[in-house]
Design a protein around this ligand. Structure first.
Ligand SMILES: C[S@@+](CC[C@H](N)C(=O)[O-])C[C@H]1O[C@@H](n2cnc3c(N)ncnc32)[C@H](O)[C@@H]1O
Length: 325
């Protein structure tokens, strides 16, 4: 996965303006802020250099995660069309760029972000988009925790933002977001124990609010994941030369770990089962750890079951597993 060319170019232009030395330092500070600082009062992205470092180092990863999640939503809702998108805690507009790719043609995008400078940066990027809906998107400078109601949109997305609020604020924002979601609500958080714990709570709240969970869960029951484990997935991101200079490391890619929820207003089919880990390939058999309608299960597919084995060889972590009855 790579960012859209126009977005990549726009980020590079801003990065050149700041200069490599300052950007490397900002990228390190940003990474430390997200790793070590806690609390709803913390501004993780605090300076101009941080904003551009976020765009250069984190946007490709969060974009890849959102893209994977929205593609899965679209796969599960093949007949649904989405005309409007509300992007909450939008940052520089990452999720909106991904939504434009998956849900085209969108007719309206509204982005809410509390940091006016980040909005300005996002608008600079959006001005270079080939998608006209992104160019004329509406950006609102608002604190999510202070908003009583959001305008109705077909899809509401909250990508990597709720973890920056207190738990009670995050729960309240999700209730408000759910009311504004005409068709679906999508939430992503980092694929950590903490990100998953938040999503597990939000999932329980959304079930009480009559939400229909279509992904990643194959059921509407209580999450069966044991306390010491967490449900998360990974999106592979190609690392640009600039990205490698900023974050070090020699690999040409990185795997962004994320946890997510796709919740619909109307009942819709979820996957039959979800693959929770890299399948273990052995000679003659493949083992899967699945979340199923009957809870967590370890399933073995042997070469003898020809059709299922053929499918199993191509199956990946995070995908739906349809051969489960
Ligand atoms: C990690 S960034 C995610 C940005 C973007 N959604 C993405 O996926 O790349 C979190 C964003 O949430 C914003 N944010 C955090 N708390 C907020 C609040 N109370 N109101 C509005 N925005 C908030 C931050 O300013 C930041 O831009």
């Amino acid at each position: 996965m790579q960012l859209p060319t126009q977005l990549k170019r726009a980020i590079e232009q801003q990065s050149d303006r700041i200069g490599l030395k300052q950007l490397v330092q900002a990228a390190t500070e940003l990474s430390d802020n997200y790793r070590f600082r806690q609390g709803a009062t913390t501004r993780f992205i605090a300076t101009e250099a941080h904003r551009i470092a976020y765009a250069a180092t984190r946007m490709p990863a969060t974009y890849a995660a959102v893209l994977a999640v929205l593609r899965e939503a679209k796969r599960l809702l093949p007949d649904e069309s989405f005309a409007s998108l509300l992007d909450l805690g939008a940052g520089p507009g990452t999720a909106s760029w991904a939504a434009c790719e998956v849900f085209a043609p969108l007719q309206k995008i509204t982005l809410i972000e509390r940091d006016r400078e980040l909005i300005r940066l996002g608008q600079t990027f959006a001005a270079q988009a080939s998608d006209e809906v992104l160019q004329r998107a509406e950006w609102l400078a608002q604190d999510l925790s202070q908003v009583i109601s959001f305008a109705q949109h077909d899809v509401v997305i909250c990508s990597y933002a709720l973890g920056e609020l207190s738990l009670s604020q995050a729960r309240q924002v999700v209730q408000t977001a759910w009311q504004a979601a005409g068709k679906a609500l999508v939430i992503l958080e980092p694929g950590t124990m903490k990100g998953f714990a938040l999503l597990r709570q939000l999932r329980a709240d959304l079930l009480v609010a009559n939400g229909n969970i279509i992904a990643p869960c194959p059921h509407q029951q209580t999450c069966p994941m044991p306390e010491a484990d967490w449900c998360h997935f990974a999106a592979r991101v190609e690392r640009s030369a600039m990205h490698r200079k900023l974050k070090g490391g020699a690999l040409g890619y990185e795997d962004e770990k994320y946890a997510y929820l796709v919740v619909t207003k109307s009942p819709a089919d979820s996957a039959t089962a979800r693959i929770l880990r890299h399948p273990k390939q052995h000679s003659g058999f493949i083992q899967f750890q699945l979340c199923t309608k009957e809870g967590l299960q370890e399933v073995t597919v042997t070469r003898r079951d020809k059709e299922a084995f053929k499918q199993a060889r191509k199956a990946n972590w995070g995908e739906a597993w349809s051969n489960h009855s």
